[in-house]
Design a protein. Structure first.
Lengths: 395, 283
């Protein structure tokens, strides 16, 4: 019965969305077709659903009334835009785009704007119930932004420490991803047997669901039961001289949490780089290498002067992506350290942001924090992507 | 030994070394998965043995049985499946039409729209969780499927639009022109010609939406709070959190989730990778 009920619930929702999309399309179509009617005519017609909202506001109070007001204002704007700007042209593309863009506006642009709004107000555990009921929040100006730089998002670590840790985390991860991926791709690019089988095995960390992979690896870094320490113990038993080099089982999760997260994430991220680089290597024509062989170039010269320059167009976007992904990687760090009593010695900016919002319930603070992180990432990406404009061939 | 023989030996040595290196790398990649498998087979009293063998002594499927019987694992899988299917369906249908508009028409705001799509990829994923969570709370959709579907549905939309636009661009316009000459409308040409031809790209987009939502953890953590409504990611986290008691069940659940995902991924990896480079943007 439970199952039937859940199917019903979801199907009903999808039907509702479909109806919403149909209504939206009809609404826009109407505007396209009759854009030259008097300005008040479409507005007047749209007033019918609005009137329903007014009646609802009798029951639901001020909130529904506000909705109605926004709707009416939006309708007047839309009618004006259709009358004076669009004038019934480009009907088909706009109708095709409308549902996706309304979805993006509601669930991507609006939340972003809402986040900006939150960051100038004070929403926390003590004010959240009154916000839920009345929709009002105390205005605090730039206080939250000042707090971002002066207080800790968690219990002790500061913003600047987090920033430094994030940079170290991002660069070490991306560096090892590219290094490992490049090495494996070069190995696989030889004419060897079982290439397909090797490739399949090597992409397994990427193909596994990330939650499973990270949680399992977390268990394996457990000080007694994880295989990492078991192997280290056996190694030191077999080769006692290793102990004098300082190699031996350690408390990974409590003593070296950031190192543990980095190892896990490097393990997870190498296959993606390998696949991308391998694709690039395979597209390099062998005639370059033949020419270099005739000139008597060494292996490293070929690597330096043929492979690297030719792989660059593939490598640069992948590295950019990898940097942004790693910078934003909450998953690995939260899954490893996020449980009750978890350490904050491994937190980077984004995971601290998540914990500040949902472990410490400091909503407005973390909104301000998020915007600071966003500005930072935006700055980094823009400098990084300088001259790399994926949309430039579009008019 | 002649010069030729020497070279042959050298080549053989190189061949062996390459194989050795690749085999070691493959072992590092695969070993954790095999280890989960081995733990899931352990009998209850040997969960914490420091044994490294793949098939433990007294291997048993008891952990699987108790996972299915004593926890709500099947229910979690079902919740995930429903949410994910609905999300991917909504995402792909919205993306397929929007991408068509970007691919075939010229209209004011086209470049702005494409830039919006690209720049939306720069927003840190973790950043929008908070406002989405508050919106879902305000709408009284906490702990429901609908809340989850709303939170997920547009997250992969820009990327899907980008992939599909790239694919549509490769379909020659003359096909549609022929259909238009034969008297169908622009929308009819899209529905009857373009969509059927784009099945590969549509499946990539669907798969991408599916895996993103299927493996999602962070939003689910804050929106769902009763174990009845959990997705499998939350359920596994819960099991793994109680390290002492549930280790075997966690391993069994991991195996059950991973195997189908692995199968689908390996089967589709060729297209998935070409799709990744085609889109060339995802954040």
């Amino acid at each position: 019965m439970e199952i039937l009920r859940s199917i019903y619930e979801v199907t009903w929702f999808i039907v509702l969305i479909a109806a919403g999309v149909a209504a939206l399309e009809g609404y826009f179509y109407y505007h396209f077709k009759y854009y030259d009617r008097p300005w008040y005519f479409p507005a007047a017609l749209a007033a019918f659903p609005a009137a329903a909202l007014v009646i609802a506001s009798v029951f639901a109070g001020e909130y529904a009334f506000r909705l109605w007001f926004y709707f009416f204002a939006a309708e007047a704007l839309i009618a004006a835009a259709f009358r004076y700007v669009v004038k019934g042209r480009h009907t088909v593309p706009y109708l095709l785009l409308a549902p996706a863009f309304v979805g993006l506006a509601l669930l991507l642009v609006y939340p972003f704007v809402f986040e900006v709004y939150l960051s100038f107000h004070d929403l926390k555990l003590t004010t959240i119930m009154s916000w839920k009921n009345t929709g009002k929040l105390p205005f605090v100006g730039l206080d939250q932004y000042i707090k971002v730089f002066t207080t800790s998002p968690l219990s002790e670590v500061s913003f600047w420490a987090l920033l430094g840790r994030t940079l170290v985390w991002t660069f070490s991860n991306v560096f090892f991803h590219v290094l490992g991926g490049f090495a494996l791709a070069l190995l696989l690019n030889n004419a060897i047997r079982f290439k397909g089988a090797y490739r399949t095995l090597l992409v397994i960390p990427w193909a596994m669901p990330q939650v499973v992979a990270v949680l399992a690896m977390r268990g394996e870094f457990h000080s007694q039961n994880g295989f990492v320490n078991i192997i280290l113990t056996r190694l030191t038993e077999a080769f006692p001289f290793l102990v004098s080099l300082g190699i031996g089982p350690v408390q990974w999760l409590s003593d070296y949490p950031l190192l543990t997260c980095t190892i896990i994430n490097v393990w997870l991220g190498i296959p993606f780089m390998m696949v991308v680089i391998l694709g690039g290597l395979q597209s390099i024509s062998s005639s370059y290498y033949d020419a270099a062989d005739i000139d008597g170039a060494s292996y490293f010269q070929k690597l330096r002067f043929i492979t690297l320059p030719l792989i660059k167009p593939v490598l640069m976007p992948a590295v950019t992506l990898g940097t942004v992904w790693t910078f934003n990687n909450i998953n690995v760090i939260y899954l490893v350290t996020g449980q009750a009593g978890g350490t904050e010695q491994a937190d980077i900016l984004v995971s601290a942001l998540y914990k500040a919002a949902f472990t410490y319930n400091r909503y407005s603070y973390s909104a301000a924090f998020a915007l600071v992180v966003f500005a930072l990432l935006f700055f980094i990406s823009v400098t990084y992507l300088h001259g790399f404009d994926a949309a430039k061939d579009e008019r | 030994m002649t010069e030729k023989e020497k070279q042959l030996r050298l080549r053989q040595l190189k061949y062996v070394l390459i194989h050795a290196a690749v085999i070691i790398a493959a072992a590092v990649c695969v070993y954790p998965l095999l280890r989960i498998f081995s733990v899931s087979l352990r009998p209850g009293d040997k969960l914490f043995s420091t044994d490294l063998s793949l098939i433990p002594d007294g291997a048993t499927f008891k952990a699987y049985a108790s996972l299915l019987k004593d926890t709500m694992f099947l229910r979690w899988l079902w919740n995930s499946l429903l949410i994910t299917l609905a999300t991917s369906f909504i995402g792909v249908s919205l993306a397929s039409t929007a991408a068509y508009a970007f691919s075939r028409f010229r209209f004011p705001g086209k470049k702005a729209g494409l830039i919006l799509l690209l720049s939306s990829q720069m927003i840190p994923a973790g950043m929008l969780i908070l406002p989405l969570f508050l919106m879902i709370m305000k709408l009284n959709l906490m702990n429901t499927y609908l809340g989850m579907i709303i939170a997920y549905s547009v997250s992969s939309l820009p990327f899907s639009i980008w992939i599909l636009k790239g694919y549509y661009d490769t379909i020659p316009r003359s096909l549609e022109e022929a259909a238009l000459v034969d008297g169908t409308s622009q929308v009819g040409a899209f529905w009857r010609i373009i969509l059927p031809l784009s099945t590969p790209a549509l499946s990539i987009a669907f798969l991408f939406n599916f895996t993103t939502a299927w493996n999602e953890y962070l939003v689910a953590r804050v929106v769902l709070f009763s174990s009845q409504q959990y997705t499998w990611t939350l359920g596994l986290f819960e099991l793994q959190g109680q390290y002492i008691t549930q280790w075997g069940m966690f391993a069994a659940g991991s195996m059950l989730v991973t195997l189908p995902v692995l199968a689908v991924f390996l089967y589709s990896s060729k297209w998935l990778i070409s799709g990744l480079t085609l889109g060339s943007v995802k954040g």
